[in-house]
Design a protein around this ligand. Structure first.
Ligand code: ATP
Ligand code: MG
Length: 582
């Protein structure tokens, strides 16, 4: 490709709405252009990256026996009614109406469509297992589309669905996908960690996410991982064992005490000269439109997703002051957390496991400016009927599986795998006949990879102040040849020669034949992130060209006759070079 023909423009300034580095660099380097919120055009450079990632995905999926198909984007309401998701999926589903008044949606995912397809096509256990996938645009009206391709409203996803006759089959399919995913991300030059996760709206029981660990703020997920074993989990699911703390408030009797204006846990701890770990913290949530109280030890926090799962709710949010007032049935009650408590309210209460050890503790009693001190479960207050793990695991806690300690880092979820079981097949009556002639629902799994998000995650992980440092396998081009001065005959002819020879050897190469200042050319090459740059400049007087490795900054002078061999050698090496430590 000749740079004079390449459809791209680089920009000096970061776009105003680009908060994260991958978004900034993709716009500045001419990879994407925004159409509207969360929706982008992929320019030629970007499309090459996407195609490379997609090709790697296809090869690894095919290797595991999965077959590529293409399902419609537009999906009819009826199937979503069958699965029961039409009413619960919420506003993320982009719904529309056709001229006959029939409702439909732009696919955010394809469980309904694939289940209906396989229900019609597969009758017997002999046709199983089946694993079908597609690489296609998905639509989700995200509440906060942001971070460029990391969270779009239209984005490219690989979604695969497995159908098995029993749990053992599902387990095998699941393992095949794990293997495919490990290979895919490795081949993309991306180190990932497989972590346990919450199953969210898709449902099912077992699920794992593949996370690219980053230090940049764009990692939207907190990942807790053990410093000793392989345990790793999204913070919305991570379990932990707490470090021992003082859970006894030391009060000799239960007593109502005036605590004027003392609301927060910290203020209470100071006021009574006790540890936060000997206070019971109460919070009020609205889960599927009904109020719920959640209790946790004072030094810990509630994890909303865990609470939501413990309740079996679809939706959860913290209650407003008005809702809390109504709950305690006291108009004008100061609803700030400090005074709320579990006694005397007619509402479901869930306690985190951490509250069980509390003794002689402090707790709110739904009276403004008052607390109960020296409380004990059973004697002064009922221990909630439901006790579950609903707290946020902290870095520094013990690993739930070994003696190690948990650490925390940011992660970008690039892939997600779920054991769905019969969640969809039962609801949608998708069955097959087993060996004994019995009708059974398919045992399903589903497996997603965010293709465009993977590209963005690679940039988040690999960049420097000058631009992108693509891993070789997914760079739009492998090399760029830069004649410093296009009007210098020797430089130009050498550059053309090297360019032609590289192209002849199937190395994806660009020649920067623009009549631009060298500074501009070098800046653009760094910004776009060509892994190898070959410069034909002044050193040609000694018969030498200069080769720069983008990921390490290494500069190598070689005789011009060896430029091609050296470039190919570096390309083969670069897969390793890309794996610079975090
Ligand atoms: P998240 O928790 O980030 O919203 P999700 O759990 O909704 O992700 P899935 O439904 O499992 O995601 O989708 C599979 C993959 O698609 C994700 O692992 C992610 O890589 C990608 N993905 C999901 N939502 C988006 C989005 N809005 N923009 C880009 N990629 C996305
Ligand atoms: Mg989502």
């Amino acid at each position: 490709m000749r740079m004079t023909n390449l459809f791209f423009t680089t920009l000096r300034e970061n776009p105003a709405d680009a908060e994260v580095i991958s978004h900034q660099l993709m716009v500045r380097a001419g990879y994407i252009r925004k159409l509207t919120s969360g929706i982008y055009t992929y320019l030629p450079l970007m499309w090459r990256v996407i195609r490379k990632i997609s090709d790697i995905i296809r090869e690894e999926m095919d290797k595991q026996g999965a077959q590529e198909i293409m399902m419609p984007i537009l999906q009819p309401e009826e199937l979503w009614q069958e699965s029961g998701r039409w009413d619960v999926y919420g506003k993320e589903l982009m719904r529309l109406e056709d001229r006959h008044g029939r409702m439909g949606a732009l696919g955010p995912t394809h469980e309904e469509i694939i289940t209906a397809l396989v229900r019609d096509e597969v009758r017997s256990y002999r046709q199983l297992p089946v694993n079908l996938y597609q690489i296609q645009d998905k639509f989700r009206d995200e509440i906060r589309p942001r971070f460029g391709l990391l969270r779009g409203r239209e984005f490219l996803m690989k979604d695969a669905y497995s159908f098995d006759s029993d749990e053992t089959g599902l387990e095998a399919s699941y393992q095949e996908m794990i293997e495919a995913y490990i290979n895919i991300f490795n081949r993309c030059g991306l180190e990932t960690r497989m972590v346990r996760s919450d199953t969210g709206a898709i449902g099912g029981s077992v699920s794992h996410e593949f996370m690219v660990l980053t230090r940049t703020a764009s990692g939207e997920n907190d990942v807790l991982y053990c410093d000793n074993c392989s345990y790793a989990a999204n913070s919305n699911r991570a379990e932990s064992r707490m470090i021992p703390a003082n859970t006894n408030g030391g009060f000799s009797e239960a007593k109502e005490v005036d605590t004027p204006g003392v609301k927060s846990i910290d203020d209470l701890a100071v006021f009574f000269n006790i540890e936060p770990s000997s206070i019971c913290k109460t919070l009020v949530y609205i889960a599927d439109n009904r109020p719920v109280m959640a209790l946790v030890r004072g030094d810990r926090a509630i994890e909303e997703t865990k609470l939501k799962n413990a309740l079996g709710a679809n939706d959860i949010r913290i209650a407003s002051s008005a809702e809390t007032e109504e709950l305690v049935n006291k108009p004008g009650f100061d609803t700030e957390a400090g005074f709320i408590g579990p006694s005397g309210v007619n509402v479901q209460i869930v306690g985190d496991k951490s509250i069980c050890e509390l003794e002689n503790f402090v707790v709110g009693i739904n009276k403004t400016d008052k607390h109960l001190t020296g409380a004990n479960w059973g004697k002064d207050i009922q221990l909630p009927g439901k006790i579950a793990d609903i707290r946020l695991a902290f870095a520094g806690d013990f690993c739930p599986e070994c003696e190690g300690k948990l650490e925390i880092t940011k992660g970008i979820e690039v892939g997600n795998i779920f054991k769905l079981g019969t969640k969809y097949s039962e609801k949608m009556k998708a069955t097959f006949t087993d060996e004994e002639g019995q009708e059974k629902p398919f045992i399903m799994g589903c497996y997603g990879i965010g293709v465009t998000r993977t590209a963005a995650a690679a940039i988040e992980r690999y960049h420097d102040k000058d631009g992108i440092q693509w891993p070789m396998a997914i760079a739009p081009y492998q090399a760029i040849v830069v004649p410093v001065n296009v009007n210098d005959e020797l430089q130009m002819s050498t550059a053309e020669e090297i360019y032609n020879e590289l192209c002849g050897k199937n190395i994806e190469t660009v020649i920067d034949d623009r009549d631009e200042r060298p500074g501009v050319k070098f800046k653009d090459a760094d910004l776009i992130g060509f892994p190898i740059r070959i410069t034909a400049g002044k050193t040609l007087s000694e018969g030498m060209v200069e080769i720069k490795v983008r990921s390490t900054g290494e500069m190598i002078k070689v005789p011009k006759g060896e430029a091609v061999t050296k470039t190919i050698e570096l390309i083969n090496l670069n897969h390793e070079l890309a794996k610079t430590p975090l």
